[in-house]
Write a protein that binds this ligand. Structure first.
Ligand code: 5GP
Length: 209
């Protein structure tokens, strides 16, 4: 029997490199990335349907009412949500799906779908995070302070995740993450259909005696 795909949720501090990690997992290992919907405006270079589905608040709220989201959350004044249809279809086809979402959404997914795998990406230390944000040079010192403040709040929830992924060297981090996901697919809780089929097969031996 073919394995059902695994749903992996990846969250992490802003500046932890989770975007690059996810991109590599898709390109190197064929994971399917769910494209979220959001009410925030597109950043330069972002395309509707590629980075996000950019919606108005009215459009987003009607999707909430129609129960079209797998999870959704409000984050820094905007809505973000995972459309249900794509995730369910890909899992049914046996593909491994990744959601790159923030903490509130991740915890909602776990509640709704206990077999989901939650990974939290972090740099080796708080000091390295600050250094990376400063070096990147794309934000003002004030924004960096805000992100670090938010990081301190987020750190309290790491314990609710299944694994912590330390992103020191990107290549190592990608392979380590892939191994964790592959190993998790063989947990007995995720192979219930296979176990059932195996037991059925053994029953035939008993009946034949
Ligand atoms: P950004 O605006 O920088 O693209 O994303 C802000 C935050 O929203 C990030 O932490 C990102 O992971 C999170 N996010 C993106 N899509 C979703 C989603 O569908 N649901 C939730 N809960 N968070 C999301």
């Amino acid at each position: 029997m073919s394995k059902k795909g695994i749903l992996t949720v990846i969250s992490g501090f802003s500046g932890a490199g989770k975007g690059t990690l996810v991109k590599e997992l898709v390109e190197r290992h064929g994971y399917k990335l769910s494209v979220s919907a959001t009410t925030r405006s597109p950043r330069p270079g972002e395309e509707h349907g590629r980075e996000y589905f950019f919606l108005t608040r009215e459009e987003f709220e009607s999707m909430i009412e129609e129960n079209q989201f797998f999870e959704w959350a409000e984050y820094v004044g905007n809505y973000y949500g995972t459309p249900k249809a794509y995730v369910e279809e890909q899992l049914r086809l046996g593909n491994h799906v990744i959601l790159e979402i923030e903490i509130q959404g991740a915890l909602k997914v776990k509640e709704q779908c206990p077999e989901a795998l939650l990974l939290f990406v972090t740099p080796p230390s708080a000091a390295v995070l600050k250094e990376r944000l400063v070096k990147r040079g794309t934000e003002t010192m004030e924004t960096i302070q805000k992100r670090l403040f938010r990081g301190a709040e987020e750190a309290a929830y790491i314990k609710d995740y299944d694994y912590i992924i330390v992103n020191d060297d990107l290549g190592t981090c990608v392979e380590e993450t892939n191994s964790i996901i592959i190993n998790e697919t063989n947990r007995t809780i995720r192979r219930q259909d296979f176990i059932r089929e195996l037991l059925e097969g053994f029953k035939e031996f008993q009946e034949g005696e």
